[in-house]
Design a protein around this ligand. Structure first.
Ligand code: 0GY
Length: 305
């Protein structure tokens, strides 16, 4: 395969997302999204597990405006490895309206960390999802944490619910705030009151500085998207899980579109419909204000408060 061939079966992001019916609170933050390439300027990493279609910063900012968001948190995706150039380029072009989460390896020179910070990076991501990375050495995480702690950064972790038991003690020992991606990827065919999700809630209770993204119903759902085009009631099986976290941890939940939605295999969501899913997860204006504005601003733009 040539360098720019997309992974076979790759689904591209929705070309014409609808305008959401939900009016987002002023200053809302899309706290989990990516930029991919464009590959001719920002090539994908040799060690990547998938090759996406390009998704540029201009396209991301256009989506932000179309959906009614004010800001983005751009998260380094595994297809760019530890080369954060596309991310930094997007942050610099955002006029202060984007912050970032980078991928950093232990030996990174301090000048580079400083440069990432000045561009708007406020965290590093460690991916424990086996299909996305070869291994995530714990010593690397530890070494990186030592380097980033002086900058006040946090660590974003992405793992599957089945792996939490093995990771729990290690993660709880990390001496900076943690942000968990996509609800810790619960198996939503299980009981939200059962032991697996109970263990995840216990993990969140273990420290007051563990944040949780209640994002990606489209990734977690088994019942899937609406059967009829335009029906705005998708992903109902994810609701009890997401809502429970929002209600108990309302001051440390975050939400993002996950645009451009890497690695979806059965459907590509309409981003407008994803926004309209929010009232199921955060049913009151007060909860949505925390989820979409107050919490992400506290974590990513503390100086603006
Ligand atoms: C996400 C989810 C996925 C991909 C990545 O970094 C990545 O490549 O996180 C996934 O495949 O579940 O957050 O974008």
């Amino acid at each position: 395969m040539t360098h720019h061939d997309k992974t076979p079966g790759w689904l591209d992001w929705h070309p014409e997302p609808s305008r959401p019916r939900l009016q987002l609170p002023p200053g809302a933050v899309d706290a989990h999204c990516h930029v991919f390439g464009p590959a001719r300027t920002f090539p994908y990493a040799p060690e990547r597990k998938y090759t996406p279609g390009d998704a540029s910063k201009e396209q991301l900012f256009a989506l932000r405006d179309h959906l009614g968001f004010a800001r983005n948190v751009v998260v380094q995706a595994t297809c760019h490895g530890a080369d954060n150039s596309a991310l930094v380029d997007a942050l610099r072009a955002s006029g202060g309206l984007a912050r970032g989460v980078a991928t950093v390896r232990p030996g990174i020179p301090d000048a580079e960390l400083r440069e990432l910070h000045d561009a708007g990076v406020r965290g590093v991501r460690f991916n424990f999802v086996r299909r996305l990375v070869d291994v995530t050495p714990r010593q690397d995480l530890w070494d990186v944490v030592e380097r980033i702690a002086p900058y006040g950064w946090h660590v974003v972790v992405y793992f599957e619910a089945a792996d939490l038991a093995e990771l729990r003690d290690f993660l709880l020992s990390v001496p900076v705030p943690l942000v968990v991606d996509h609800l810790g990827r619960p198996d939503v065919t299980r009981d939200p009151d059962g032991p697996e999700f109970g263990a995840f809630l216990d993990f969140l209770r273990a420290r007051p500085d563990i944040w949780c993204k209640v994002s990606c119903p489209e990734r977690l759902s088994v019942t899937g998207p609406p059967a009829l085009a335009g029906e705005r009631s998708a992903y109902r099986d994810v609701v009890p899980f997401a809502r429970r976290v929002v209600e108990e941890f309302s001051d440390r939940v975050l939400w993002g579109t996950d645009w451009p939605h890497p690695n979806l295999v059965d459907h590509m969501p309409d981003d407008g419909l994803l926004v309209d899913f929010l009232p199921h997860v955060a049913p009151t204006p007060e909860l949505r204000q925390r989820l979409l504005v107050d919490n992400p601003m506290r974590l990513y733009w503390p100086e603006a408060r």
